[in-house]
Design a protein around this ligand. Structure first.
Ligand code: ZN
Length: 194
């Protein structure tokens, strides 16, 4: 099963990963939508459908291994690797620095696909690529489920995302939703009605 962009959006709405309304974000900004990617990956069948889209895009790249940054990328990495029938490993931070731990090893010239759930600045993925380059791996591309960068990221390798999502945010004193008379809801709070 392959999903196109409207289907991806519908999956996010159905799983309440994407909520629409009037929200007070942790940053203090207001927004008309709220997004929590992890809610999609509660459901393995959605994970399978989404990762299949990444697999379809990179199918001809002869990928040996999928690498993802912990924690958000692990489920996406595991499912993508399962569909490709290749190895899946992850990087994690130690003292703030992205590293391969747990005895995970990368061989010189190993063809690696980096996957992530959400790219915003692309910072974590760039750090993963750096770790892989130091190991002599051949990074063939980056796959993400959601791109929130607004098209601003450049990883220096082919990059594919299933859904491009721009969430507009407003300062509280310049929020059009407040101006229209509604009150923002803090996502995750008990009075969230969706
Ligand atoms: Zn507001």
């Amino acid at each position: 099963m392959t999903v196109d962009q409207p289907d991806v959006l519908q999956i996010f709405r159905d799983t309440k990963a994407l909520l629409e309304g009037h929200f007070l974000l942790t940053s203090g900004l207001h927004s008309a939508s709220y997004f929590q990617c992890a809610k999609v990956f509660q459901y393995p069948w959605h994970a399978e459908a989404l990762c299949q889209g990444i697999v379809d895009h990179f199918r001809t790249e002869n990928i040996d291994t999928v690498v993802s940054p912990a924690v958000g990328g692990i489920v996406v990495g595991q499912e993508t690797a399962r569909l490709l029938n290749v190895r899946s490993i992850f990087t994690e931070r130690k003292d703030g620095e992205m590293t391969l731990r747990r005895g995970f090893e990368i061989q010189t010239k190993e063809r690696v696909l980096v996957v992530e759930d959400v790219t915003t600045t692309g910072g974590s993925v760039k750090e993963v690529i750096e770790v892989l380059n130091q190991s002599g791996a051949d990074v063939v591309g980056v796959g993400a489920v959601v791109d929130r960068s607004g098209g601003s990221v450049n990883f220096g390798v082919p990059y594919f995302s299933l859904l491009q999502l721009t969430v507009e945010v407003y300062p509280a004193d310049a929020c059009p939703l407040c101006a229209a008379g509604s009150n923002p809801i803090k996502p995750g709070s008990r009075d969230l009605k969706k």
